[in-house]
Design a protein around this ligand. Structure first.
Ligand SMILES: [Zn+2]
Length: 157
C-alpha cells in the first residue's frame, strides 16, 4: 500500500471514513512487512493481540497497549486521525499554509492548528521544499519507526 496516492481531499475522505480505517492504513505503512512490532522501549516483540476495534494492540510479551500512532508525532493528541491525514495533505498541497487557514480547513481551533502544523512540518522534516509533486504519499516518513533514530532533543513526545 506504500504506493497509494491521494490526489484529492475527496479521495482521502472516502478512503478513510473512520478511525479504524485510518489506523489500519497507518499500521500498514508503519509495519509494512505485516509484522506488528511492539514499539515499547526495549521490547520490539513481534506478536500481539489485536483488539476488536482494529486499532489497539496488546503486546504478548510486555503486555502494554499500543496503536499505530504510538511513538509517532501523532501520539498524545486527541485529534481524530482523519484530521491529521487531512492536515498532512494540506501542508503538502498548500505551500506555506497558515495555522489560521488550517484551522478553518479541518475545523479545529487556531491553537490546535498551530500545534498540528508544527508536528506535521517536523515530520516532513522539510518546511521549504515541495517534495511530493501533487500526490500525497503517506509512508514511514510520517508514520513511526523513525522517531527512535532522531536526536534526543528532536524526538516527538
Ligand atoms: Zn512489548
Amino acid at each position: 500500500m506504500s504506493d497509494t496516492s491521494y490526489k484529492t481531499i475527496l479521495d482521502l475522505v472516502k478512503e478513510f471514513p473512520d478511525e479504524r480505517s485510518c489506523h489500519q492504513y497507518l499500521a500498514s505503512q508503519r509495519w509494512d512487512t505485516g509484522e506488528i512490532i511492539c514499539p515499547h522501549d526495549n521490547c520490539g516483540h513481534n506478536q500481539s493481540y489485536v483488539f476488536a476495534d482494529g486499532i489497539r494492540y496488546k503486546c504478548k510479551k510486555c503486555k502494554t497497549l499500543f496503536t499505530a500512532k504510538t511513538d509517532t508525532f501523532m501520539e498524545g493528541s486527541k485529534l481524530s486521525t482523519i484530521k491529521w491525514l487531512l492536515a498532512m495533505y494540506l501542508v503538502m498541497h498548500k505551500k506555506g499554509i497558515s495555522s489560521v487557514q488550517l484551522a478553518k480547513d479541518i475545523g479545529v481551533t487556531q491553537k490546535t492548528a498551530w500545534f498540528v502544523l508544527q508536528r506535521v512540518r517536523w515530520a516532513l522534516g522539510n518546511e521549504d521544499e515541495e517534495p511530493f509533486e501533487g500526490n500525497i504519499q503517506l509512508d514511514e516518513t510520517f508514520v513511526g519507526g523513525k522517531n527512535k533514530n532522531r536526536h534526543a532533543n528532536k524526538k516527538v513526545k
